[in-house]
Write a protein that binds this ligand. Sequence first.
Ligand code: CA
Length: 227
Amino acid sequence: MQILVVEDDEAVASGVVEGLTRAGFETAHVGTGSAALEAVRAGGPDFVILDLGLPDMDGTDVCRAIRALVATPIIVVSARDEEIDRVLALELGADDYLVKPFGMRELIARIRAVSRRTQDHTAEGLPPADTTRNVGTLSIDQRSRRVLLAGTEIHLTAKEFELLYYLAEEPGTVFQRSDILRAVWDSNWYGTTKTLDAHVAALRKKLGDPRWLTAVRGVGFRLEVPQ
Ligand code: CA
C-alpha cells in the first residue's frame, strides 16, 4: 500500500514519512495541493494523508478534488481543531480527521482502521452473493462499492457508503443511533453523535432529497423512498 503524504512543513513531513516507512508503509511526499492532485491523477497512492494548510491551494478544495477523482481513503490533518473543521472535513469526503500535533502511533492506528473499513468487504472475502441492496431508484452495490441513483453514479466516502448500505438492509425500518454507531463506526472514532449527523447531512445532499433519510427524534434514522 502506498501512502501519499501531502504536507508543506518539511519537518512534519519528514517525521511522518519516516514513521510510516518504519511501520512498513511505502510512502511518497508532496508539499503542494497541485502536486497532490497530479499524483492522484497519475493513479499513484492507495491512501492520502492530507494537511489542510497548504501554500498553493485551500486544503478543503484539494480534498474535494481528490474525492471527485478517486475513492482513495483520505485522512485530513489540520492544526485547526474547531468542530466546524471536523464536520467540514467529513462532508468534503475525508474518511477520518486528525488534529495536530498527533503521535505516529495514533496516525498509524487511524490508517489501519480506515483501511480495514474500506477494504473489509473485498479483502476478507465476505458475502460473495447478493451484495446489492435496492431501495426504489437507489442501488447500492457492496462488492464494487458503487451507488447508483436512477442509473447515475453518486460518489460517497467510505463511511457514507457503509451508513447507506447498513440502513438499506431494511428500508423503512428505524435503526437506533447506538446500533448504527456500533455497526458503521469503530471504537477509535470519537465525537460520534455529531459525526453521524454530519454523515446523514452529507448523504441527504448527495441523494438530492432530504426525505431519503428520516430522523426519528430520540431513536435514530430510517432510509425510505421519498414520497
Ligand atoms: Ca501546513
